[in-house]
Write a protein that binds this ligand. Structure first.
Ligand SMILES: Nc1nc2c(ncn2[C@@H]2O[C@H](COP(=O)(O)OP(=O)(O)OP(=O)(O)O)[C@@H](O)[C@H]2O)c(=O)[nH]1
Ligand SMILES: [Mg+2]
Length: 365
């Protein structure tokens, strides 16, 4: 591995029409930096090889052909490229002219400044995406944005294969991908969970104009979901606990005259959310135990639970008619707070320590 060299790993499958502009664009974008372009093909009859031969002397000198002998498929082609790479930064990009090569030096600079994974991001501010099937685009965007917002991943585009990796990270990581292009998501999730630096630069993606996509959405979806689930399970658990606690808190303090209680619940909710975010920034991710923060913050103090806002049941306003089941239950003296669910929240609060008989709930929660 040299001190500073960018190894571009380019998986190819019958890209005769695209390969010449692709290689020319890469060589132009990287003309000022030490680099190599590894064209990773699966079989000798691949039309990409014809395309490179047809370029003759115009083919960039930095191009190296790497035959993938690990088994067919883009995941194996990428792995073969990683093994052959000699640079300190490895960049994966596609030969279908979808990614802008001029971003590669900036991505490599980010890797050298401390990130282990840097994605060319379509979904961050400044990134764009043109064309492609709507469903695939939407699923990819939802996955990327939710991983950034909920799990705190350092990129909004966890699935794009236009990415730069530190060679050190690639050497230290066991790649488990068994199909397709899941490798990008796998490596990003592993870097994130290991607390390594994950970054992004805004990128623009355009659908291929020539050749055929070999992306198999439904076939590869379970593989993607596996890594998505791995990244989301712990933060999702913490945020779910927050949502449940917040909902419980709001349910318990509604009604006119309870503004202060409402403000307290909202303040506690913000505190709980801030605690989850704080834990994430300290640890680099969320853990199961972060689900305890909402519980700590949103459990109402005992004194406020016992303090009635109204002095008696008589003060409560009942929206139901006298013949309604809720009213009948109250008249019968059962006085359970759970009974009149349709009653105003102030009525629920009114049923407190002194006015609820045994068996009744003393708290509206
Ligand atoms: N070596 C190798 N390369 C492949 C294989 N399948 C696709 N590729 C290459 O991987 C890159 C991306 O392939 P596409 O089929 O366009 O897949 P994609 O870009 O993820 O999907 P789209 O968004 O539909 O374009 C291209 O450079 C292809 O030539 C494969 O089985 N083996
Ligand atoms: Mg493509």
């Amino acid at each position: 591995m040299t001190a500073e060299r960018i190894s571009v790993v380019l998986p190819v499958y019958n890209e005769r029409e695209n390969i010449a502009p692709c290689l020319t664009g890469l060589a132009r974008a990287l003309s000022e930096v030490e680099h190599e372009i590894l064209v990773c093909y699966d079989f000798d009859e691949d039309t990409t090889l014809e395309g490179i031969r047809a370029m003759g002397a115009a083919a960039p000198k930095s191009v190296r052909l790497v035959k993938n002998t690990l088994g067919r498929g883009p995941h194996n082609a990428l792995k073969a490229g990683f093994q052959a790479a000699s640079g300190d930064v490895v960049v994966t990009t596609m030969a279908d002219l979808s990614d802008p090569p001029e971003l590669i030096p900036a991505m490599a600079a980010k890797v050298r400044s401390g990130c282990d994974v840097v994605s060319g991001s379509r979904y961050m501010h400044g990134g764009t995406q043109k064309g492609g099937p709507l469903l695939k685009r939407t699923m990819s965007r939802v996955a990327g944005v939710s991983l950034a917002w909920i799990a705190g991943m350092g990129t909004h585009d966890a699935t794009s294969n236009f990415r730069a990796y530190s060679t050190r990270f690639l050497r230290e990581t066991v790649i488990e991908a068994t199909a397709g292009f899941e490798i990008a998501l796998e490596l990003t999730v592993k870097a994130h969970l290991a607390g390594r630096g994950v970054g992004e630069v805004p990128s623009s993606w355009v659908d291929r104009a020539a050749g055929e996509s070999r992306f198999r959405l439904w076939k590869w979806l379970p593989n993607y979901l596996r890594w998505y689930g791995r990244a989301m399970r712990e933060p999702a658990c913490a945020w779910l606990a927050w949502v449940v606690a917040l909902a419980g808190g709001l349910w318990s303090v509604g009604g006119a005259g309870h503004e202060l209680a409402r403000i307290v619940v909202w303040a506690c909710a913000f505190g709980a959310a801030a605690s989850i975010l704080w834990a994430r920034s300290v640890r680099g991710r969320n853990a199961w135990s972060d689900a305890l923060f909402p519980v700590i913050w949103l459990a109402p103090p005992r004194s406020s639970r016992a303090r009635p806002r109204r002095s008696s049941w008589a003060d409560a306003r009942w929206p139901r008619s006298a013949s309604s089941p809720g009213r009948r239950r109250a008249d019968a003296g059962s006085r359970t707070c759970a009974g009149p669910r349709g009653a105003s929240t102030s009525a629920r609060w009114a049923c407190s320590s002194s006015s609820c008989s045994s068996g009744a709930r003393t708290s509206p929660r």
